[in-house]
Design a protein around this ligand. Structure first.
Ligand code: HMG
Ligand code: MG
Length: 361
């Protein structure tokens, strides 16, 4: 691990906030993304395009996206923004926001002189000459038009999500595991044709709130293989409930390896409900995993996973990784300040030990 680069996907603005019961002003959400972008974080999951009745807190994600496009957050290097969505309806809404004139979609302040918000296109991720897709149910035309609106220094990606158990799949997305896979085929085809990378989450991979801790690792491996075959660029294996233990995490990672799934195609997404997230991170590092999801301040939780608490705190993850000599590019002190600020904004305790300790030094 020493000297290795470990990629952190900051999911605070999405997973971190989605479960909060009190409505958080969209300005606070945008400010959170802006502050995070300045810390050296490379990838931010900034919102979701899900049904607003199912997850009311994410209803303003289109405004967050529009603001990022209209007034790019200042960052030390290029940032990848990810947008979570479950179906082609969510993808259509994402395309519509991408396609809309930012000034129509969100009243954004003029960019400050120090910010690079020029009209240059991000040609690395978007192909403006891409042929419109004929994929049914998805407004694929919009992407080719939208590509010219992505400012330089930004890449946008889609994250999709499904579950390793039937009970959780029904509760979270109102469909079976197989129906999820069927939904994703046209969705991923559209994303691929239009130049958007796709990461795919497999929820409840180490424990299900309805079916218990013993989720079959072979089932997880089969789903991961199907998603990769369909074109997913990365699989985020999620311990939604925090039930994962060191032995079961090891068993899952061994099973994935035996199924031919490469560690470079995997990310791990630990919730810290039982305080095992960093233990399981160490096990994952030993298995060659170099991408992890986390949320600043240890925010987070899934509305359809009763009792599940926050993601592993970004500050704690960064502290542990740096102690092992790994490089994250993230400024621990800066991210700790954001954890303190956002937990205060939403009236929650800061659950990051490393964050609190860093600030009191
Ligand atoms: P459904 O009711 O079965 O949807 O919900 P439907 O396809 O039958 O459509 C019903 C209506 O909803 C229609 O409108 C659709 O247009 C509309 P109508 O014709 O009746 O006016 N609709 C939508 N509207 C906005 N955005 C959409 C959308 N889709 C349909 N995307 C659905 C199915 C998947 C939509 C619903 O179950 C849902 O939104 N679930 C989201 C749940 C969620 O967001 N959970 C949290 C995120 S996952 C998570 O936290 C886990 C993760 O962190 C990893 C881990 O830790 O495990 C990622
Ligand atoms: Mg989660």
């Amino acid at each position: 691990v020493a000297n290795d680069h470990v990629r952190i996907i900051e999911v605070g603005p999405r997973d971190g906030l989605q479960n909060e019961k009190t409505s958080i002003p969209v300005e606070t959400k945008i400010e959170l993304v802006r502050r995070l972008a300045a810390t050296g974080i490379e990838t931010i999951e900034a919102g979701s395009f899900v049904h607003p009745k199912w997850v009311p807190q994410m209803a303003a994600s289109d405004q967050v996206l529009a603001s990022i496009l209209a007034n790019p957050p200042k960052a030390p290097h290029d940032i990848t923004y990810q947008w979570l969505l479950p179906n082609t309806k969510g993808l259509d809404n994402y395309y519509k926001t991408m396609d809309a004139s930012p000034s129509d979609a969100y009243p954004s302040p003029p960019p400050s002189p120090s910010q690079d918000s020029g009209p240059a296109m991000n040609t690395s991720s978007q192909d403006p000459n891409a042929m419109p897709s004929a994929t049914s149910g998805v407004d694929a035309m919009s992407q080719s038009r939208a590509s010219s609106k992505i400012p330089s220094g930004q890449t946008h990606e889609v994250s999709i999500f499904m579950a390793a158990t039937e009970a959780f799949s029904q509760k979270n997305t109102n469909c079976s595991v197989q129906e999820s896979l069927d939904r994703f085929a046209p969705l991923m085809a559209s994303c691929r044709e239009n130049g958007y990378n796709v990461r795919a989450y497999i929820s409840v991979a180490l424990g299900c709130p309805f079916e218990g801790p013993d989720v079959d690792p072979h089932r997880v491996a089969d789903i991961a293989a199907s998603l990769l075959e369909m074109g997913a660029d990365e699989i985020s294996v999620a311990d939604t409930t925090g039930m994962g233990t060191a032995p079961r995490t090891r068993k899952l990672l061994q099973t994935l390896k035996e199924a031919g799934i490469r560690s470079e195609d995997l990310a791990l997404h630990f919730h810290d409900t039982f305080g095992q997230a960093l233990v399981n991170t160490i096990i994952s590092l030993e298995h060659g995993i170099r991408t992890f999801d986390s949320a600043v301040g240890g925010l987070g939780g899934c509305p359809y996973s009763p009792g599940a608490t926050g993601n592993v705190a970004t500050e704690d993850l960064v502290y542990t990784l740096h102690s092992l000599g790994a490089k994250t590019g993230i400024d621990l002190e800066e991210v700790s300040r954001i954890g303190e600020w956002i937990t205060g904004e939403i009236g929650k305790g800061n659950s990051s030990s490393a964050g609190r300790a860093t600030l009191s030094r």
